[in-house]
Design a binder for this molecule. Structure first.
Ligand code: GLA
Length: 692
């Protein structure tokens, strides 16, 4: 099937006369797939129950005639004005009770039966009309759930929340227990008394807030599932997806992925952020892992600048190509953009598009078309998969609980902490999966737990079992503190992990903003000397510290100044057949890298390629069609990358007029350069053959 290439297609923004040119230019840009109709509701149903599909039939037929596949949107992301006028109760409300009015998009309460029933009715029409249409290859439900309306706090949501609570707890006593309502006189006599955690004079009950985040995610997913049920019934066999967002708190990507036939992501790199490719790396790995390695779809990215950051830098020459290949290198089988043709009016007219205001004689169109040609030439990549020996854990429930108010520190930012732990693996060139805590970990040599404040006793036991069986585990501070109801696990922190970690934390000692402490040797507990003299784990740490009492673990580094001077900061504990490292603070990046390099060495995890120059990312995808080695130079200077064996630069071979050079044992990558290497075809020389 090849790598899908294309973008959002919004033909209703243009007179019909433009559509023929769209098709011609899509072909010129090697577009294989468009996502059509995302915001077409008001045009296909201009009045309640009055259907106007004729124009969209012509769009679908034109695309089919041009051989372009359609990932057909269900059009439900922006309800038409007549609907909210007739039913203002479908509009969402914020925690302050303020209504969010129409005029933008996503102005619906996810629990609204009015919204859901009208959406389902529209999807029934769409599915019946386009079932069997030659252009239809996939369904795109809604759009970026929870992007603008993350949660709703209206009366309709309140009633739906109470229904959700009755299913979860069955009795008010169970709810009171789970929410610790004995505190601050909050005990309920009846579930009917419960409200959403609306703006209150002070901290609303944290367990209530946590459940409301769970409920909010479920309410959004119920919208998605209601539409998906219609599609599965009327067009069985047509895969269904929706576009997830990166590190998007309201939507638990792992829970959603279970209901998606293919995982899809929108990712907008920030050209002004020097290392945004590392954030991309983390998110792409999570998307690939969400359905256990199944290829995923990059459903939206920008060809150039976006228009929604305060300052919107364009992607400099080569960056869009590099970052698109990065998605493919990390398991994507589709690269699509928002949007095909740049709008002349509306809120996104200054957002870049594949076909800019300036037309085809523009850098962006040329780069888009050239990239389309590259993907068309290397279609065999589609369907291949990659393997990782390291897993990083991520969990939305813990994220939700961690970032509630009334904590030792509100500076613990889940997304930032995840990247602090991912970065040293990415920079070392070590492939990594990002998985939830209930995933089978037995196949990994190393598991890294960035911060799982909320950890169930069962998941803690799974970590212990993993280490007992020979696994290597790294655990960072403030992990294993509370249960699923945000209640502290009794028995000293972190109670369910104390035996595994071989320590007890007596007191949290978060550090103030801008304060760093020194870590190194010189503690009052025995110090394990496993590094060269002069090279122990010494440097700076910030954000967090804590009073660690050793109960079998040994200290690898101590705090050497500040109030906790002399006390352990980093520990190691042999446990069963394996070992576990614990970090009681946030180490500065170089120190974190040194520690994780040592842990990896002990776990037997090596980088994919030895001697990978700094700034170069390497990944492998393999399948029946062979193996592809991707090299991506994120640095700003050319580098030479030695190869493990003579290989063919398949990308150069496919796109060079001359057919590229023969097999080579090293590749020169210019700044932002990309190479895709394959094993030489049988019969070609195994030594580099210049110009052959
Ligand atoms: C999101 C939306 C698109 C568009 C882009 C702009 O990804 O899904 O409709 O608004 O953002 O970046």
């Amino acid at each position: 099937m090849g790598i899908q290439f294309g973008g959002d297609y919004n033909p209703e923004q243009w007179p019909e006369a433009v559509w023929a040119e769209d098709l011609k230019l899509m072909k010129a840009a090697h577009v294989t797939t468009v996502t059509a109709g995302i915001f077409s509701w008001a045009k296909v149903e201009p009045r309640p129950g009055v259907w106007n599909f004729g124009w969209f039939d012509r769009v679908m037929d034109g695309l089919a005639g041009a051989g372009i596949d359609v990932c057909l949107a269900t059009m439900t992301a922006s309800p038409p004005p007549w609907l909210s006028r007739a039913h203002p109760e479908m509009l969402p409300e914020g925690p302050d009770g303020q209504r969010r009015w129409p005029g933008g998009r996503q102005h619906y309460c996810p629990s609204s039966p009015v919204y859901r029933s009208h959406a389902v009715r529209l999807v029934e029409q769409l599915a019946a009309r386009y079932a069997g249409h030659p252009a239809l290859t996939m369904w795109h439900v809604g759009n970026e759930y929870g992007c603008h309306t993350r949660q709703c706090f209206c009366e309709v949501s309140a009633a739906d929340f109470r229904r959700w609570l009755r299913e979860r707890y069955e009795s008010v006593d169970a709810l009171n227990d789970a929410w610790s309502t004995a505190f601050w006189s909050q005990a309920y006599g009846d579930i009917d008394e419960v409200l959403p955690p609306r703006a209150a004079p002070t901290f609303p009950n944290p367990a209530q807030q946590l459940d409301y985040l769970r409920f909010g995610d479920d309410a959004l997913r119920a919208c998605y599932l209601a539409e998906k049920a219609v599609l599965d019934r009327i067009t069985p066999g047509v895969p269904v997806t929706t576009n997830l967002m990166p590190q998007h708190k309201p939507v638990d990507a792992f829970a959603w992925a279970a209901h998606m036939d293919a995982v899809a992501l929108d990712f907008y790199q920030d050209p002004h952020a020097a290392d945004d490719h590392i954030r991309a790396g983390y998110v792409f790995d999570l998307m690939r892992s969400a359905r256990s390695g199944q290829p995923w779809l990059l459903l939206e990215q920008a060809p150039g600048a976006v228009n929604w950051r305060p300052r919107n830098g364009p992607k400099p020459p080569g960056a869009m190509r590099l970052w698109s290949w990065q998605a493919v290198a990390q398991g994507a089988d589709a690269v699509l953009y928002f949007q095909w043709r740049q709008s002349l009016g509306g809120a996104e007219k200054f957002h870049s598009a594949m076909l800019p205001h300036g037309g085809t004689d523009t850098r962006i169109f040329r780069e888009v078309a050239a990239l389309g040609a590259e993907f068309a030439a290397l279609g065999d990549i589609a369907g291949t998969r990659s393997r990782a020996e390291v897993a990083l854990l991520a969990d939305w429930h813990s994220w939700w609980a961690l970032e509630l108010d009334s904590k030792p520190s509100t500076a613990l930012d889940h997304s930032r902490i995840a990247l602090d732990h991912y970065r040293p693996l990415f920079e070392a060139g070590v492939p990594c999966d990002v998985v939830p805590p209930d995933r089978d970990l037995s196949g990994y040599r190393l598991v890294v737990v960035p911060n799982l404040y909320l950890l169930t006793a069962r998941d803690a036991e799974r970590l212990a079992t993993y280490v007992r069986g020979g696994g290597r585990l790294v655990v960072s501070f403030f992990t294993g503190i509370v249960d699923e109801h945000d209640r502290v696990h009794p028995g000293g922190y972190p109670a369910p992990l104390r035996e595994l970690l071989g320590l007890r934390i007596e007191e949290f000692w978060p550090l103030d903003q801008g304060v760093a402490v020194a870590v190194g040797e010189g503690g009052t507990t025995p110090h394990r000397r496993n590094r060269e003299p002069g090279g122990p784990y010494s440097g700076r740490a910030d954000l967090w510290s804590e009073v660690i009492g050793l109960e079998g673990a040994e200290a690898l580094a101590h705090f050497t100044d500040g109030e906790l001077a002399g006390r352990p900061a980093v520990t190691r504990h042999s446990y069963g057949q394996g070992a576990v490292w614990y970090l009681g603070t946030r180490l500065e990046p170089a120190l974190m890298r040194a520690l994780l390099d040592d842990v990896r060495a002990e776990a037997g995890v090596r980088p994919l390629l030895p001697g990978l120059p700094e700034g170069v990312q390497a990944t492998v995808r393999a399948g029946a069609e062979g193996q592809f080695l991707f090299l991506l130079n994120h640095g700003d200077a050319a580098v030479e990358v030695p190869l493990p064996a003579a290989m063919t630069d398949a990308l150069a071979a496919a796109t060079d007029a001359e057919g590229g050079a023969g097999p080579t044992d090293s590749v020169t990558l210019p700044a932002r350069g990309v190479a895709v290497l394959t094993e030489p075809a049988a019969g070609t020389a195994s030594t580099p053959a210049e110009g052959s």
